[in-house]
Design a protein around this ligand. Structure first.
Ligand code: CA
Length: 241
């Protein structure tokens, strides 16, 4: 489905917009363009793209507002693009329901890689067998939700209850960047910035335990100052879209 995927590009900077469009076109994607928030919402509702690439700094509307509006009726992956170096914008966008982010200036290869992650997430979500199953498989990582056990290959990983909850939360959101704020709320039911330190410790333990099998491919990606993401292990990372 990837080669026919429809991507909505929302960007007011014509040069960046054209570069993105040309890149997508040469890779066989279909795309639509929007120059501002109003156009973005019209395009999103009328054409229901597979993925939205959304610049946060638009002339008529805050990008975060667009995410909230789209999220009220659609789960389409949204990758935000921010020229601002401040992490708070990205965190706010992710907490509003964005899946991922790119910071300007970004390379076209980086953009294509993020797109592949987003498209893989929807193709996995659309397989009912996987959703209904009580198991999770990703590379050599296997979770048996019914039994409450996790494995790397054939060996069980011994996790504390919190580590197991963290692993399940990340697994259920594979491909999506989860903010510290979101994880703390989901696991501990509260959020305070002082708890980010404890989260980091739990995450370090969890990663160490997951690494025993194939250390070359980390499952959990750290986004400094932002959060974490479970990566889908690829058999062939160079696979064309
Ligand atoms: Ca802009």
């Amino acid at each position: 489905m990837n080669s026919k995927s429809l991507i909505l590009i929302v960007e007011d900077d014509a040069a960046v917009r054209n570069l993105m469009a040309v890149t997508l076109e040469t890779r066989g994607y279909r795309y639509h363009l929007a120059q501002n928030g109003t156009e973005a919402l019209i395009e999103a509702t009328t054409h229901q793209p597979d993925v939205m690439l959304l610049d946060l700094g638009l002339p008529d509307m805050d990008g975060v507002e667009i995410i909230r509006k789209v999220r009220s009726w659609s789960g389409m992956p949204i990758i935000v693009i921010s020229a601002r170096s401040e992490d708070t914008d990205k965190v706010e966008a992710l907490d509003a329901g964005a899946d991922d982010y790119l910071t300007k200036p970004f390379s076209v290869n980086e953009m294509l890689a993020r797109l592949r992650v987003a498209l893989r997430r929807i193709s996995t979500d659309q397989q009912p067998a996987i959703q209904e199953n009580a198991v999770y498989d990703n590379g050599s990582l296997h979770i048996d939700y019914a039994a409450g056990c996790a494995y790397i290959g054939d060996s069980e990983i011994h996790l504390t209850p919190i580590e197991y909850k963290l692993l399940c939360l990340l697994a259920k959101n594979t491909g999506k960047v989860l903010t510290h704020n979101y994880i703390l709320k989901e696991i501990w039911g509260s959020y305070s910035s002082s708890e980010v330190g404890s989260l980091r410790v739990f995450m370090a333990m969890l990663r160490k335990k997951l690494q025993s099998g194939d250390a070359a491919q980390p499952y959990i990606q750290t986004h400094i100052g932002i959060g974490y993401r479970m990566l889908r292990q690829e058999k062939n990372p160079e696979e064309a879209p």
